[in-house]
Design a protein around this ligand. Structure first.
Ligand SMILES: [Zn+2]
Ligand SMILES: [Zn+2]
Length: 393
């Protein structure tokens, strides 16, 4: 089968690799119809995660079941399925409670597993013609419709980008009438902001430093905040002052936001020197911006080991200096971590089917799999206006 293969830092190829096959009785093999390129793929591409050469990339796949093991009961050959990025068994202590990203069986000796991520198990990725799906009854979300229909892009975003964005709003406890700020207007940040609006937020600010992403944020109904124009915390406070003023006694103390989301992670840019990374920047901004009694959701990736930490503010072992006391004194609730796909995938599917949500509005590029080296390069260099690219197989 053809597959996108990691070769070395900033080098991927499309080449022939052994076909994916059924290895256990409860596996299926899916013929991929669409897969998406994710910012997380760039962590491997940029040599930050220590990915081994030869890894088949991709963790956002949609396709048709081609082979089914004898112990698979719920999905069958011919079913259209989306494959959540975080693989889980469905029945262990954590899965039984809905904490599927912390599955205890999928990668023995570790907590959680995923396709095509170093440290997350031996699972090959879905930027390939075929992909093996372990614990298939748990990890295939069966969908209506046919290959290439109007929901092809909507459904592929359930694999990771939208569930991660939705999970971020869960972590930040976003509820009706909340004011929300989302740092990062990549696919996950835009879909976190989109989820906040679906949940009834009154104002959603979308913070970034790339024109096309800020344009997309405005197009989707969020207030774009351009970091290049100055401190985003002061910009949002000023916008809120201009919009609402203070109406209740003491309300001027609540001039930030009730919910803040980090959709950037460890590769955050230094606000004053955007050519440099500073993994503390977004956390520090959110701690300043969040209102007393507010909530933060940290959905951007933080690795436990950074193979190429930035010279300043880098953190090779994942330790980070954060304003703990400010968060304590404000009484802020902070939520972290990978999305528990199982809790959300069917609900998000139904929002799409009912016509209430069209997450595919963030997709800007369609490419053939053979074009992967070019689109990885352009996405990595933040050129060509790529917000979200989907491979059509
Ligand atoms: Zn992803
Ligand atoms: Zn499990």
């Amino acid at each position: 089968m053809r597959a996108v293969v990691f070769k070395a830092t900033r080098q991927v190829t499309v080449e022939d690799v052994p076909d994916a096959g059924v290895e256990r009785d409860d596996d299926v093999v899916v013929r991929v119809t669409s897969s998406a390129l994710c910012g997380t793929d760039l962590h491997m591409y940029d040599g930050r995660t220590g990915a081994a050469p030869g890894m088949v990339l991709g963790h956002e796949g949609l396709g048709i079941v081609e082979f089914s093991g004898p112990a698979v009961h719920r999905v069958k050959r011919g079913d259209r399925v989306v494959l959540p990025a975080h693989i889980f068994c469905g029945v262990c202590f954590n899965c039984a409670r809905g904490d599927s990203a912390a599955c205890l069986r999928v990668h023995p000796g570790h907590v959680g597993g995923a396709y095509a991520m170093p440290g997350m198990g031996p699972f090959r990725g879905s930027q390939a013609e075929l992909v093996r799906v372990p614990f298939a009854d748990a990890n295939c979300v069966v969908l209506p419709g046919v290959r290439g229909d109007e929901h092809e892009d909507d459904f592929v975003l359930i694999a990771d980008a939208w569930v991660t964005g939705w999970h971020a709003t869960e972590l930040a406890g976003v509820r009706a009438a909340d004011t929300v700020a989302v740092f990062g207007a990549g696919a996950v940040g835009l879909l976190a902001a989109y989820s906040a609006l679906l949940r009834g937020a009154s104002e959603v600010y979308s913070v970034d430093l790339i024109d096309e992403r800020l344009d997309k944020a405005a197009e989707l109904g969020f207030v774009p905040v351009d970091v290049r124009q100055g401190d985003p915390v002061e910009q949002i406070r000023e916008l809120r002052r201009a919009r609402t003023g203070a109406r209740l006694p003491g309300e001027e103390e609540m001039g930030g936001v009730m919910a803040g989301i980090d959709a950037v992670g460890f590769q955050a840019r230094d606000q004053r020197h955007p050519d440099r990374e500073d993994p503390r920047q977004v956390i520090n901004d959110l701690a300043r911006l969040v209102n007393p009694t507010g909530r933060l959701g940290i959905a951007g990736v933080f690795t436990t080991t950074d193979a190429a930490p930035a010279p300043e503010g880098g953190y090779a072992d994942g330790s980070l200096q954060v304003p703990w006391a400010a968060l304590f004194n404000k009484g802020v609730t902070v939520g972290f971590g990978r999305t528990h796909d199982r809790r959300y995938t069917t609900h998000l599917r139904d929002l799409i089917i009912s016509g209430r949500a069209r997450p595919s509005q963030i997709v800007t590029h369609h490419e053939s799999l053979e074009n992967a080296p070019s689109i990885y390069d352009r996405f990595d260099r933040r050129v060509d206006g790529i917000v979200k690219a989907v491979f059509r197989h």
